[in-house]
Ligand binder design. Structure first.
Ligand code: ADP
Length: 633
């Protein structure tokens, strides 16, 4: 029994294929994790790295509390079940299951206990004396499961174990594997390309595509809150409807326009508060996603709905408990071809439709999914990144939603009307503006707090739960932006400082103790070359970089170091920079730095100016291989 931790795991095959990129996940003990995605997305490679059958190119893998990157597969305390059962044909089922234990020279009675127990759990006791060829595919897969169980592993790895079985048996074995997981109380990691298998078995699912993790979540959350269009389309049958269009905010209303069609619906902005504000200008293209069950043809629902569109019906699929009606929101469309206007509707009741009928359909906008057409990322995140409200500035005072806040000297702009963007993690529940907290919900380890201010719903990300009712907030002004006619008038302070450099190896003469005597000797020391300075690199950090890049490239690859404005200090031994200004955000002051081409910020106590030298907090640095954009530390 053990949890696993995968930190910045990469796999680059010798031929250059980047099969897995920056895989990060903490797996808790006893979870049932499923890796799912189309063929070639890197699921098996990840599983094989966990098993130790493939080297890890970069990153750190922990099983239990041990880093296992360099631990042999046999010493990792895992067991693996493959698609092809790989049983020994000349051995009986008993011998097949016992084989690994015999190799390990376990006592005979212990082997017998484990084999009979496993056979009992898997319901194959009566086959123990048979040979594999006398058994069906499902029974053989049980034997190979048995072989894994008897090792009593900390982690069970299963690579498409059911794909050789026919559909009915697959469904049955799915249930049995889920039952087995409950019985064994062990961590399971299961690879499949079948989304239904993933949805029915996993406690959490990792959706992968082209070597990148797309989303990690529970089946329910993947279905309800897909993070991008790929996940939205991959999970669920029939596939989610995707339309193209634009969103235009007009006061407190938003117009949703569908391209290649006359369809248009207008909904209150309150339904779309979480939408990324830059997509509300009526120009940026979006993908509008609606599942078949979130569109209705039911006359009563249509009558009551404010979001109606016309659909030309083409055909339907009767699935027994469900009727799928196919149509098009473009009156020229055929309803058969998958397109940006084709629609599939789950029809309830037994209303009859004829091909060619034009009907009204109601869209459940509460359930709409919206994606950036270009990047395909969700623009309607579960945790909204920003609050977007109208405001005005007068004499250094910011007025919004009936409240006034004094702006710090760092923010100077001409008086007038603006749109205010407040990041949801720039609001804290200490301050002097009174709000009414409506809900506090835990989402993937973060707390999303919804509150009302001046009749508007707003969102904040808090460290911990905030109780409902009256609370006071403050806003971190260095994080806000002000927009005028869609253009940025006041920019948020950049929270990232970037340096370039290399890892350096030097031999230095040091006094070392040997046999109770102090002697001079040459020892190898590592340094981070950053800009025009050099800092001692702790051995563990240097070793991580060397193991990730390989000894040959470790000292030639360009590295990118990143830290925040809070992680820099002045010191004569440091990197040269120029202080061009100091900005005052009230409680905090920041020096504005020119470091080469880059403008960066740094927290300062008093005033600073002119040429300076900077030292970053080495333990706070994030380090990446610049060219490949692979983060190592
Ligand atoms: P999946 O299990 O999701 O089908 P894999 O992990 O098997 O995908 O493969 C991921 C990618 O790595 C694919 O592009 C595949 O062609 C490539 N790949 C797999 N094994 C090797 C190998 N030994 N050498 C080079 N490329 C490989």
């Amino acid at each position: 029994m053990a949890g696993l931790n995968l930190k910045h795991i990469y796999k680059v095959y010798p031929n250059g294929t980047k099969a897995v990129n920056d895989f990060n996940m903490e797996i808790e003990d006893k979870e049932f994790i499923v890796f799912v995605g189309p063929s070639g997305c890197g699921k098996s490679t990840t599983l094989r790295m966990i098993a130790g059958l493939e080297d890890i190119s970069a990153g750190e893998l922990t099983i239990g509390d041990m880093i296992v990157n360099d631990v042999e597969p046999k010493d990792r305390d895992i067991a693996m079940v493959f698609q092809n059962y790989a049983l020994y044909p000349h051995m009986t089922v008993y011998e097949n299951i016992a084989f690994g234990l015999r190799l390990r020279k376990l006592p005979k009675d212990e082997i017998h206990r484990r084999v009979t127990e496993a056979a009992e759990i898997l319901g194959i006791t009566e086959y123990l004396s048979k040979k594999p060829k006398e058994m069906s595919g499902g029974q053989r897969q049980r034997v190979s499961l048995g072989r894994a169980i008897v090792r009593e592993p900390k982690v069970m790895l299963l690579d498409e174990p059911l794909s050789n079985l026919d559909a009915k048996l697959r469904t049955q074995m799915r249930a049995e594997i889920a039952k087995l997981h409950a019985k064994l109380n062990t961590t399971f990691i299961y690879v499949t390309h079948d989304q239904i298998e993933a949805m029915t078995m996993g406690t959490r699912i990792v959706v992968m595509k082209n070597g990148f993790v797309q989303q990690i979540d529970t089946p329910k959350n993947l279905y309800n809150y897909p993070g991008n269009k790929f996940v939205a389309g991959f999970i669920g049958t029939p596939q989610m409807n995707f339309f193209e269009g634009t969103l235009k905010k007009k006061g407190e209303q938003v117009e949703i326009n569908f391209d290649y069609s006359d369809a248009k619906v207008t909904v209150p902005y309150s339904m779309l508060y979480k939408v990324r504000p830059s997509f509300l200008n009526g120009e940026k293209k979006v993908v509008i996603g609606l599942r078949a069950e979130n569109v209705s043809l039911d006359p009563a629902v249509v009558k009551a709905s404010k979001a109606k569109i016309k659909v030309k019906v083409s055909h339907k699929e009767e699935l027994g408990n469900q009727t799928l009606v196919y149509g098009d929101i473009n009156m020229e469309g055929d309803g058969y071809t998958e397109s940006a206007t084709r629609i599939i509707i789950e029809a309830k009741g037994d209303t009859e439709f004829a091909s060619g009928d034009v009907l009204e359909a109601a869209l459940d906008i509460d359930r709409v999914h919206l994606f950036d057409k270009e990047t395909e990322e969700s623009i309607l995140p579960r945790i909204p990144e920003h609050n977007f409200v109208d405001c005005d500035v007068k004499g250094g005072v910011l007025n919004f939603l009936g409240n006034s806040m004094q702006l710090p000297p760092a923010i100077s702009c001409v008086d007038g009307k603006y749109e205010l963007l407040i990041p949801s993690d720039a609001i804290s529940f200490k301050g002097d503006v009174e709000v009414n907290v409506v809900s506090s919900e835990n989402i993937n380890g973060k707390t999303l707090v919804s509150f009302e201010l001046g009749g508007r719903r707003m969102f904040a990300v808090a460290e911990e739960e905030v109780k409902k009712g009256k609370k006071k907030i403050s806003v971190d002004f260095k994080r806000i932006s002000l927009l005028k006619d869609g253009e940025t008038a006041v920019e948020a302070m950049p929270m990232n400082v970037t340096f370039k450099g290399k890892l350096i190896k030097e031999k230095v003469v040091e006094e070392v103790e040997k046999d109770g005597k102090t002697k001079k000797a040459k020892v190898v020391k590592f340094f981070f070359g950053i800009g025009d300075a050099k800092f001692a690199a702790p051995d563990d950090m240097a070793n991580k970089l060397i193991s990730a890049m390989g000894v040959k490239k470790a000292f030639t690859e360009e590295l990118r170091y990143e830290c925040t404005p809070y992680d820099l200090n002045f010191d004569e031994t440091g990197i040269s920079a120029e202080v061009v200004d100091t900005v005052d955000y009230g409680k905090e002051k920041f020096a504005v730095l020119k470091i080469g081409e880059q403008t960066a910020y740094m927290l300062v106590e008093g005033n600073a100016s002119g040429s300076v030298r900077l030292v970053p907090a080495i333990d706070k640095l994030a380090i990446s291989i610049a060219e490949k954009d692979i983060r190592i530390i």
